[in-house]
Write a protein that binds this ligand. Structure first.
Ligand SMILES: NC(=O)c1ccc[n+]([C@@H]2O[C@H](COP(=O)([O-])OP(=O)(O)OC[C@H]3O[C@@H](n4cnc5c(N)ncnc54)[C@H](O)[C@@H]3O)[C@@H](O)[C@H]2O)c1
Length: 265
């Protein structure tokens, strides 16, 4: 009988979940990405905040570094997730500074909402480009770097329940967010042999700059659909991303975790 692969070390009670690990979070200058970067720093990780808005990425980085949340470094990179070289450069910068790459969260996102018949092809393509192609590039390069380093890793891709049920006015976003699930499951199968796990979070309505731009009537309509009776806070998504990024979820790959207060369960 062949020897089974070794089980990863369990997490001792009370320990920091990402101590000594290196994480890159895209679109982390604000919103869910920033909350995730903060949670990772609190749990001991070196964190690189990657965002297309380089100035905002540097400001967010300074904010986290000044708060001295944990023992890790906080780094910034201007990074456009739709640009192959830019994605690779952000990951390489994290490795150059810390010698590792353990976690990549593909979180960057935009919306260009309109009913399908009013949506231009450009609005469709822009959203597919940032979410689906961006997540594919992030997953591909993260896998490549992690496999070369040989220490395994965790990739967490940010979908949305819009990709589960399809939202009015979001044929572009719903398609991209559904596509992220297929790509993540396929990638999970390909990279498992390198001890790289790929999982997905599907947030529901969470209070961030993206959703605060919504008209009040649309917000109220969504609230009525949530069994827990309230919107989620960015930290509540960040905690689930932390779980999927950490050894606490060592036997999960190709999973989709809804963080939606029961909406569209
Ligand atoms: N807020 C919600 O209710 C909610 C629900 C479900 C899913 N999501 C998803 O969570 C993720 C984060 O959303 P958020 O609400 O924090 O949004 P947000 O608009 O507050 O933040 C998105 C960040 O992504 C960055 N970004 C945009 N295009 C980029 C690019 N090409 N390259 C790199 N960075 C880029 C922006 O500069 C910004 O800092 C997105 O993928 C979004 O679709 C959000």
């Amino acid at each position: 009988m062949s020897t089974p692969p070794t089980t990863p070390a369990r997490v001792p009670a009370g320990s920091l979940l990402l101590e000594g690990r290196t994480a890159v979070v895209t679109g982390a200058a604000q919103g869910l990405g920033l909350a995730t970067a903060r949670r990772f720093a609190e749990h001991g990780a070196h964190v690189l905040i990657a965002d297309v808005d380089a100035e905002a990425a540097h400001l967010a980085t300074k904010g986290l570094a000044d708060a001295r949340l944990g023992p890790g470094q906080v780094l910034a990179a201007g990074c456009d997730v739709t640009d192959d070289a830019s994605v690779r450069a952000a990951l390489d910068a994290a490795v150059a500074a810390t010698g590792r790459l353990d976690v990549v969260v593909n979180n960057a996102g935009i919306t260009r909402d309109a009913s399908m018949r009013r949506m231009s092809e450009e609005m469709f393509t822009q959203v597919l480009d940032v979410h689906l192609r961006g997540t594919w590039l992030g997953t591909k390069h993260a896998s490549d770097v992690m496999a070369a380093l040989g220490h395994g890793g965790a990739i967490v891709n940010v979908s949305s329940i819009s990709g589960k049920v399809g939202m009015f006015g979001q044929t572009n976003y719903s398609a991209a967010k559904a596509g992220i699930i297929g790509l993540s499951k396929a990638a999970a199968k390909e990279v498992a042999k390198h001890r790289i796990r790929v999982n997905v979070v599907q947030p529901g309505l969470v209070r961030t700059p993206m959703t605060e731009a919504m008209p009040p009537a649309a917000w109220e309509q969504k609230m009525a659909e949530i069994p827990l009776g309230r919107a989620g806070e960015p930290d509540e998504v960040a905690d689930v991303v932390l779980f999927l990024a950490s050894p606490m979820s060592s036997y999960l790959t190709g999973n989709v975790v809804e963080v939606a207060g029961g909406r569209f369960m």
